[in-house]
Structure formats: structure tokens, C-alpha cells
Design a protein. Structure first.
Lengths: 354, 357
């Protein structure tokens, strides 16, 4: 009888012990703005999460979290349910992230693309996507016949304007006659709007389509219309195999793994990260051989130079649309200027919506 | 063969019990779906319906989420009861948010007790005016209010887009599509330190009470009900149909506007593009689940709010796709409509005889 009782007691204790253990296990949470199957922004963040999981760390995610009142609850729930590090992967989570961080000083937070680090447990991170845009600009300038480059833009924030400028500057360098036409769709993900925008640009004579939005619709429209295009965020090659010259890939995996391990081992520190081609946070999908071996080699060399720092996307002289000098000859734009960029460079058509 | 015929009488008790039956059927079907997906059904249901409200914070979040749903559904019940199909509560909410938010920005950095009431009134007024558009078009041009009110949703959402990207965007905000954070005098007070539930819940409760009084204790409520049952009778009785159409739309719009202003002065604290995760559409389910009855709507809004919270916890703990929440909402409505059909009609099995008419 006692034996049974003892056995029962031991097993209960063991069970309790195990569950305590399970609770104390190091866990990383992710909050996504879109569905993991968007093949763009969220898809790439989820690839990063899988890499963390592959490194032996347990992860959790919540997808399609609206950037309104719901975000704070989701972030708080993750913090409350024993997650030690939480990545919030959209700009709109900036204030909720900081608010929750205040109440959970022992949990680490990483907010993508924001600028507020109000507490010592909040880091921010983003990628220098504009370096990829420079490569696209070089290819676009060489490949265009109509000298019109169509650009589908999301919101007039510095990040997007930087991309437009970097692309235009690089294209002008190889082809002074090019013009950049822009359609603002005011969304990050709306296949319907994006394909309409792509069609409108093609109708206006663009024979190159590039996008700063996340769906695969623009490249599919380009494929049908027989013009060149570039993928965004993930390798979109299989959605438009003939049309896509390459894709800019957001590779969050190394950063997520590094930060997760640091948090687990207690070496995590607050920081503001802005990585590019050099660190591999921005990567390029395989180049389409249709553009010719010579051009591929040129672009590969430029990619190497950008990564090593030998070349810079914003090297002077750079003028704005009105002809004012922005960056003097021989100088490069500093990070402060890049972070707050809100004017177009010469050669971009139209005005920034205000 | 099968014949469907209308039942002569339906019991009032069963009429109010069917929503509970619908919820029960939803739970059973949900359990089966979870089982087929490879989860333990009871555990999944527990994460879905119990875990989210197992502490004070969860309860506060439930009320926070239910408040706008309840407010909008109360307004919609006036329209639906009188056979006016206002589908555009989402647009009225947005427009109320725009007007209320505009006033909040106007009083940026102003202190004073009058700021918040002014914002709230402005929000209600905005929603009301926006709802009058489909009503007036229906009265004078005989347009279809379903289409007009629905299309106006996109109008107000695009207007909000324009405002937060352009003229109203935060000057220090790096052009991100959002306004400044409202100053403290423009925020609804928080009821308990550390929780997010705010004074907006009282606005909802007062609306519930007023709606109950109007619908059950006044001549106006009687008119609304009669026109809902039979427009011809209403006309024969000499009710002013046109005034009533305008009135129910105004009530409905004002409620939606209040919900919008409650969101922006409550948990959000600024205007941006996502002030509502489609509360205006979800409230349609709430209104019907609550049988267009104010008390019923209170319970229905809590249940539907729970499906939102449950979807989040279920994803955190079980990694169930978040869209299960919508599946549950859809199932509740489906079972409700199905049991309504059986409530009002009877299916007769006539055997394999020839039809006799």
C-alpha cells in the first residue's frame, strides 16, 4: 500500500518537475503582420523563425496580427506565456512593443524597422535593402529599351524613397536617359491593387517592373506582358520564370539565430542593427541568364564592391529633383541622411505624396 | 418526397434558445475539426474558450474587444428590425473615427475636461452623418441601401488613408502613415491600473439600456417593429416611413461612430489605417446572434469577442492557424440560420406518393 502511495507521489512529483521544466524552457515568439504564406515579407520572417527552431530553440508565432489595438494583447500574451525573446516584425508594432517591454523587463524585445527603443530591453533591426535596389537599378538601366522603369511603391516613408533613389541613381549611371515612373498603392500587400499598378505602368511604356510591395502579382503581370521584373523579399522566380531578372531576398535567419542564442546565453544587449549585403541580411536570388553573361558578371562585381564597402549606393554628386546638391562629389551619404530621406533624386518623375 | 411548410406558431422560449443551440453545435463541430487536424479536441477547446479569460487581464481584454462590437450591433438592430439593411457600419465607424480624431488633433496639447466629451460627440456625429447618405438616397431615389452603405465603407477607408498619409500625418513620424499620439486629455480614462479596459464600456452599457427602453417601452420602438414585420401594415397604420428610415440609420451610424471614437481614444490613441479589424462587419453576426435584442446582443458580443481572443491563444499554445477564429464565427452564424429555418418551417416527409395540392 505504502509502496503504491510512494510510487504515486514520485510520479506526481516527476510530472510536476517535468512541467516546471517545460515552463522554464527558453522560448522565442514571433508576431507577423501577414499570413506566413504571403511569399513576401512575412514568409521570409517565418523562414528566419524556422532557422531558429533548427538551431534547437523552441519558437511560437502568431500570424496576421492587425497593427491596431490587437497587437498589444498578442505581444503581452507571448511575454506572459513564458517567451523570453519576442520579435515584432512590422512597423505598426512599434508603440505596443515598447509599452509591453516596460511591463516585462526580463523579456527581450526586437522590433523590425522601427526607431523607438524606450526601454533597455528593446532592440531594433532593419536591413539595407537599398543596396539591393542599386543592383536592380544597374540591371534595369542596361535592360530597358523604352528607358521607362516602372516602380510600384507602398508608402512614402524614408525606407521606400531610399529604394527608389538608390535604384534611379544606379540606373542613371549606366543609362543617363532613363526615367522612373512611380505608382503609390498605399498598401504592403494587396494583389489586386498591385497588379493594376503594374498594368498601368506597362501601359505607360515601362518595360521594367519593380515593386516595394509583398505579393507576387506584379511579377505575374510582367510575365504575361512580356516585360522584365524583379522579385521582392523572397525569391519569386517560380511565379514568373521568364520575366524575373533576380529578387532581393530579406534573409533574417542569421540575425534571428544569433540574437536568440545570445538571449538564451545571457549575452543579449540592446542595439540598433542595420545590416546589408555585407552581413547577408540582404541577399540576391540567382541572376537570370537571359540578361547575358557579361551583365551578370558586372552585377556580381558591383554586389561584391557594395558588400566590401568599395562602392556605396549613395555616392556624390547627388542632386534632388530641383537640382539642389544633396551629396557632394566624392562623398557618400551618411546613415542619418539615409534614415530620414524624404526627397526624390533627379530623374524620378512626380512628387512624393504629402 | 419532401415538402417544406411554414409552422403556424413558434415558441418564444425556443426562439431565444436556438442561439445557445447554435453555439453548442459550433463547439461540437469545432471539436471534430480540431480532432481531424490532429489536436486533442477538449484541450484545443480549452485553449480556445477558457484560457483567454482565465485571468483579470484576459477578462479586461474580452470586454475591450466586445465593447465596439456591442455598440455597433445595438445600432444595427434598429436598422435590421425595421427592414433597413445597413451593411456599412464599418464605414460609419471609420468616418466617426476620422471626425473624432480630427477634433482630437485640433485640441492637441490642450488640457481641459471638455476635450474628451467634444471628441466623443464629434465621433457620434460623424458616424451619424455618414449613415444618413444611404438613408437619404433610399428615401428620395429609391436606391438599394445595401449597396450604397457597403460602397461607402471604401470611401471612408480611403479618406482615412489619405488623411494619415498626408495632411494629418505625424510631423515627427518619418512619413509613416499615422497621426500624432493624442494628448492625455483626449484619451478615455482607464478603469484599472495595468488593464486596458476603459470608460468606453459605460457608453456601450448606456446604449444598451437606451435601446431597450426605446425598442420596448416607446411608440417609436413599436413603429420600428411593425415596419419590420410588415411594411404594408405600417403604411396602413399611418406611420411616417421616410422619417423612420432616416432615424434608424442615424441611430445606427451614431453607434458605429461611437465605437470608432472609442477605439481611437481608448486602446489605440491615434489615427492610423487599421483603427478597426472589421468590427463593422463582425457586428452584423453579433446583431443576429443576439436576436436583435439589446440583452441578447450583450451576450453575443462577448461570445464573438471570445472567438477572436481564442484564435490568438490557440495559435500561441497549439499553433492552430489564426483563421480558425473566423471559422468559428462562420459556424455560429451558419448553425443559427439553419436552426432558424427549422424553427419557422417544418419539413414533411410525404413518402413516395404523387403530389396532392
Amino acid at each position: 500500500m505504502y509502496k503504491y502511495l510512494l510510487r504515486l507521489l514520485v510520479s506526481v512529483l516527476l510530472l510536476f518537475g517535468f512541467s516546471m521544466n517545460a515552463y522554464a524552457e527558453f522560448k522565442v515568439g514571433f508576431v507577423y503582420v501577414g499570413p506566413t504564406g504571403d511569399h513576401g515579407w512575412t514568409y521570409q520572417h517565418d523562414e528566419g523563425r524556422k532557422a531558429v527552431e533548427a538551431a534547437g530553440i523552441k519558437t511560437t508565432y502568431v500570424e496576421s496580427v492587425p497593427e491596431g489595438a490587437d497587437a498589444e494583447r498578442v505581444i503581452r500574451q507571448l511575454a506572459q506565456s513564458g517567451h523570453d525573446l519576442i520579435f515584432t516584425t512590422s512597423f505598426g508594432y512599434m508603440d505596443p512593443t515598447n509599452k509591453v517591454a516596460k511591463d516585462f523587463p526580463n523579456v527581450k524585445f526586437e522590433h523590425a524597422t522601427g526607431y523607438k527603443r524606450e526601454h533597455s530591453n528593446v532592440s531594433t533591426y532593419s536591413a539595407r535593402f537599398y543596396e539591393g535596389r542599386t543592383l536592380l537599378g544597374h540591371m534595369a538601366g542596361k535592360m530597358t529599351k523604352t528607358n521607362v522603369i516602372g516602380y510600384i511603391a507602398s508608402f512614402p516613408i524614408p525606407e521606400v524613397i531610399r529604394g527608389i533613389n538608390a535604384m534611379t541613381l544606379a540606373a542613371q549611371k549606366v543609362n543617363p536617359n532613363i526615367k522612373t515612373k512611380i505608382v503609390w498603392v498605399f498598401t504592403w500587400y494587396d494583389p489586386g491593387k498591385e497588379s493594376e499598378a503594374a498594368q498601368a505602368l506597362i501601359d505607360q511604356g515601362a518595360d521594367i517592373i519593380m515593386q516595394h510591395t509583398d505579393s507576387t502579382a506584379p511579377v505575374q503581370v510582367a510575365e504575361k506582358a512580356g516585360v522584365w521584373s524583379f522579385g521582392q523579399a523572397s525569391d519569386m522566380q517560380r511565379f514568373a520564370p521568364k520575366s524575373i531578372l533576380t529578387s532581393i531576398i530579406d534573409d533574417w535567419a542569421p540575425y534571428y539565430v544569433e540574437r536568440s542564442i545570445a538571449a538564451r546565453d545571457g549575452t543579449w544587449k540592446q542595439q540598433d542593427t542595420w545590416h546589408g549585403l555585407k552581413e547577408g541580411m540582404v541577399a540576391m536570388a540567382p541572376y537570370n541568364s537571359a540578361m547575358g553573361g557579361g551583365l551578370v558578371k558586372e552585377v556580381e562585381k558591383l554586389q561584391k564592391d557594395l558588400a566590401s564597402g568599395k562602392a556605396h549606393s549613395f555616392t556624390g554628386p547627388i542632386y534632388d529633383q530641383k537640382g539642389n546638391l544633396l551629396v557632394a562629389k566624392g562623398k557618400v551619404a551618411d546613415d542619418g541622411m539615409l534614415a530620414g530621406m524624404n526627397v526624390y533624386v533627379k530623374g524620378v518623375e512626380g512628387d512624393i505624396p504629402k | 418526397m419532401i415538402k417544406i411548410e411554414r409552422r403556424n406558431e413558434t415558441s418564444n422560449l425556443i426562439y431565444f434558445l436556438t442561439p445557445i443551440l447554435a453555439i453548442f453545435l459550433t463547439l461540437v463541430t469545432g471539436a471534430i475539426i480540431f480532432y481531424l487536424l490532429g489536436f486533442k479536441p477538449l484541450e484545443a477547446l480549452k485553449f480556445f474558450f477558457i484560457t483567454p479569460i482565465s485571468d483579470l487581464y484576459g477578462l479586461s481584454e474580452l470586454l475591450l474587444k466586445a465593447t465596439p462590437l456591442c455598440l455597433i450591433a445595438i445600432g444595427l438592430s434598429f436598422c435590421f428590425k425595421s427592414n433597413n439593411w445597413n451593411i456599412g457600419a464599418e464605414g460609419q465607424l471609420t468616418f466617426g473615427g476620422i471626425v473624432g480624431g480630427g477634433v482630437a488633433l485640433l485640441f492637441y496639447n490642450h488640457e481641459g475636461f471638455y476635450v474628451l466629451p467634444l471628441i466623443i460627440l464629434a465621433g457620434a456625429f460623424g458616424g451619424m452623418v455618414f449613415a444618413m447618405i444611404p438613408a437619404i438616397l433610399k428615401i428620395y431615389f429609391n436606391t438599394n441601401e445595401i449597396l450604397v452603405s457597403l460602397m461607402l465603407v471604401y470611401v471612408s477607408k480611403l479618406l482615412l488613408d489619405y488623411l494619415v498619409v498626408g495632411p494629418w500625418s505625424n510631423p515627427e513620424g518619418f512619413n509613416f502613415p499615422e497621426t500624432r499620439q493624442f494628448s492625455d486629455s483626449a484619451r478615455l480614462p482607464i478603469l484599472f491600473e495595468g488593464l486596458r479596459i476603459h470608460a468606453g464600456i459605460f457608453i456601450a452599457l448606456v446604449s444598451v439600456f437606451l435601446a431597450w427602453v426605446i425598442l420596448f417601452k416607446t411608440y417609436l420602438g413599436f413603429q420600428i417593429k411593425v415596419s419590420g414585420l410588415s411594411l404594408k401594415t405600417a403604411k396602413y397604420a399611418g406611420f411616417k416611413g421616410k422619417t423612420m428610415i432616416l432615424l434608424v440609420f442615424m441611430v445606427s451610424g451614431a453607434c458605429a461612430g461611437l465605437a470608432g471614437v472609442g477605439e481611437i481614444t481608448g486602446p489605440i490613441g491615434q489615427l492610423h489605417r487599421m483603427i478597426s479589424p472589421e468590427y463593422g462587419f463582425t457586428a452584423i453576426i453579433v446583431a443576429f446572434l443576439g436576436r436583435l435584442n439589446p440583452i441578447g446582443i450583450v451576450f453575443a458580443s462577448l461570445i464573438v469577442a471570445l472567438t477572436y481572443l481564442g484564435a490568438e491563444t490557440a495559435q500561441i499554445f497549439l499553433q492552430v492557424p489564426k483563421y480558425t477564429g473566423q471559422v468559428f464565427q462562420g459556424m455560429i452564424l451558419f448553425f443559427l440560420l439553419a436552426s432558424d429555418f427549422l424553427l419557422f418551417f417544418r419539413i414533411k416527409f410525404l413518402g413516395f406518393k404523387r403530389y396532392e395540392y
